[in-house]
Design a protein around this ligand. Sequence first.
Ligand code: TXA
Ligand code: MG
Length: 310
Amino acid sequence: MNSVSTQQLAPTQEGIATAANLLQDGALVAFPTETVYGLGADATNGRAVAAIFAAKNRPSFNPLIVHVPDVEHAATLVELPETARDLAQAFWPGPLTLVLPVKPGAVNDLVTAGLPTLAIRIPAHPLAQKLLRTANRPIAAPSANPSGAISPTTAAHVMAGQNGKIAAVLDGGPCKVGLESTIIGFDPGPTLLRPGGLPQEAVEAALGHPLAAYQSDIPNAPGQLASHYAPDARVQLNVSETDGTLLGFGAMESTLNLSAAGDLTEAAANLFAYLRELDQKTDIIHIAPIPNIGLGRAINDRLRRAAAPR
Ligand code: TXA
Ligand code: MG
């Protein structure tokens, strides 16, 4: 079914220019951000956005995050109430997505799945910044994995899932953060919609109060699919000792260790790549307990979904 051959673009002026041209022409281009690789399309082009859903095999009721290079661009697409501006000031560019009231006609309706809000993000990765400025339009981009699978943190991961389905991947090496962005909504007050690469504690410190926790049975709630980020292997959590395959954390014997030093930032950056590596080797992956603080909350969220029954 391979209808296009996927170009692998180097992180050069030429690679960026080619990627930007392809996006402007309505093609799909995967690109690096500091969190994970995104599968980008022009957010104002309905055909291009529809192609994302096809490439990912994703249920179309799930709305997409739009990427722009700076707050000035963001302000042309969404309303930015004062609390949102404060968070933007503190954490953009960075691993934070804000869900805000969308301005009429700002993006194609497929991007928001008909919701009155838009999820928007300003990535810090220099290549993403250059690509967004060169393409000069809002870029819709979910994580560049097939729906339900582990998010890609290298260009090779993208190729493993999307080769032949997308026009190009811009290769920026491994992602520094390694977990998707933290998503905050404002309906009515600041609410954590998805734990991610910006620790909840950092957002709460900037706000000066705790975030509301999100609870919903609505299908367009973020990450509402229990099974997600899933390897083919079965995943068993909170295992400290086993004769089988163990993904470790901290000082312990293990097949691979997310961070022997017990550093959650290092663990987050390694998580998806190590899950993929162990998935090649075994049918059951045991995973050591991860402290539920800071980035550990987002790591545990992804691990629970990886372990959920399918
Ligand atoms: O780090 C990231 O956020 C990566 C990079 C590529 O930016 N993107 C990413 O996108 O993780 P995706 O599509 O895999 O996850 C987006 C999440 C989904 O769970 C979706 O439901 C939620 O954002 N979302 C998007 N628009 C929304 C909206 N208007 N209201 C509530 N949730 C929304
Ligand atoms: Mg995703």
